[in-house]
Design a protein around this ligand. Structure first.
Ligand code: SDX
Length: 394
């Protein structure tokens, strides 16, 4: 008996919502964007096509894709004033701190002109966010490495433009390898949406109050940063670095199984997948392709990752608890090989997930029955009691 309530351990506040965007079967390891398997979209499509699909519900015709691609490409620049905002950060600021601030700051430029009840203005805001997020991500990276910001080039594709903005310097144009651009594009597809994960639920909850989409996406970025969520790719690579060599794996497997040890295998386990995360398979394949095109014959971290996966998947603890690698297990090795520092890994996740957040935000706003979010609470605190003056307190 606590207070006025009889504590019901069976009570669970399952805040749930209906959506037509993404389907996950955690037991079977299935992920569909608007009904299309993630494996097929990653293999045969491109990221902007998946953006169109997630936003509109259907794959675009050639004409629709051309118009969408042009609309996104023509909005890749950000207001020059954003440079002053960027320069306000410490040079050693984590790029995710910069992204939280910069994306929220976009509200200052577009908040007044975005009537979220007007579908046309919602689509304009959606396209602005998809177009500008790579530019802001590249600005955050350039600032953290002390290099000048590189502007987007409309002649380049989405992923190609991002790599150009990250790795070109005024002294030397970065020739984007088409295989790396394709790998980057595929990594964006894998991260684009994932149903009602923590950061998407954050965006929906923020948006349910009528907040502008730029502020809502900034809230999603803040939530994604956590190591249990989008920050796991950075944490997974740090874990592999800490393990260092294959012979130290058993020590870390034992730590992961020790209930008294807070250590978790980063990049392993999932709230929904109780089978192999389908994205992890595609990510592992992409990792091998990237290492090959970069001529990296053997990456000790990849050796540790493959052996760690092999041992874990044959260990009864992980089998019983249905713990498998998730998308974050191989992404870090891939992104490191592509030249990104670990601090940029979650920024890339946020870049790609922006389209999912925006699609889910639109779906919520379009719902005529949508009301402000208000999760239920089960009160387990003190019962009603009267004020006690200082002299009577023990
Ligand atoms: C993402 O929701 C999404 O869709 C997220 C995401 C997306 O695209 O948006 O997929 C992206 O966030 C992927 C997950 C990235 N996080 C990590 O890799 C961090 C390491 N993973 C764990 O922190 C954990 O698996 C979670 C947070 C992901 C899930 O935690 P849960 O809900 O506790 O997992 P569970 O219920 O399946 O756990 C079952 C048991 C528990 O032990 P018991 O309480 O039964 O004794 O397995 C244990 C857990 O403690 N466990 C692990 C483990 N993950 C779960 N033990 C060791 N290592 C792990 N990684």
């Amino acid at each position: 008996q606590t207070g006025h309530f009889t504590y019901d351990p069976g009570f669970t506040s399952t805040a749930s919502c209906e959506s037509k965007i993404t389907y996950i079967d955690g037991e079977e390891g299935v992920l569909l964007y608007r009904g299309y398997p993630i494996e097929q979209l990653a293999e045969k499509g491109n990221f902007l096509e998946s953006c169109y699909l997630l936003l509109n519900g259907e794959l675009p015709t050639a004409a629709e894709f051309k118009e969408f691609d042009k609309a996104i490409t023509n909005h890749t620049m950000v207001h020059e004033q954003m440079q002053f905002f960027l320069r306000g950060f410490r040079r050693d600021a984590h790029p995710m701190a910069i992204m939280c601030g910069m994306v929220g700051a976009l509200s200052a430029f577009y908040h007044d002109s975005t009537d979220i009840n007007d579908p046309v203005q919602r689509m304009i805001a959606s396209r602005r966010l998809i177009a500008k997020i790579p530019t802001l991500a590249a600005m955050a990276y350039k600032y953290s490495v002390g290099q000048p910001v590189v502007y987007p080039k409309n002649s380049l594709g989405y992923a190609e433009n991002f790599l150009h903005m990250c790795f070109s310097v005024p002294a030397e144009e970065y020739k984007v390898d088409p295989i790396l651009a394709r790998a980057m594009d595929r990594i964006f597809i894998l991260h684009a949406d994932h149903e009602q994960n923590a950061s998407t639920s954050t965006v929906r909850l923020a948006g349910s109050s009528g907040a502008n989409p730029f502020a809502c996406i900034a809230a999603g970025i803040a939530c994604l940063w956590g190591p249990a969520h989008g920050g796991a790719n950075e944490a997974a690579l740090e874990m592999l670095r800490e393990i260092g060599t294959v012979d130290r794996i058993p020590e870390y497997i034992a730590k992961a199984k020790d209930k008294n040890d807070p250590f978790r295998l980063m990049g392993f386990g999932h709230r929904v997948y109780k089978n192999y995360d389908p994205r992890a398979r595609v990510m592992q394949k992409t990792c091998h392709e990237v290492l090959q095109v970069l001529g990296i014959k053997d990456d000790p971290l990849l050796d540790v990752a493959i052996e760690l996966e092999r041992i874990a998947l044959s260990d009864s603890y992980f089998i019983e608890k249905k713990l498998y690698p998730n998308i974050d297990f191989y992404s870090g090795i891939t992104l490191k090989a592509m030249g990104f520092p670990t601090t940029m890994f979650t920024v890339l996740f946020a870049l790609a997930r922006t389209v999912g957040w925006v699609a889910q935000w639109n779906e919520m706003i379009e719902d005529p029955d949508q009301r402000i979010g208000r999760p239920r609470q089960l009160y387990t605190g003190a019962p009603r009691r009267d004020y006690v003056s200082f002299d009577k307190r023990k």
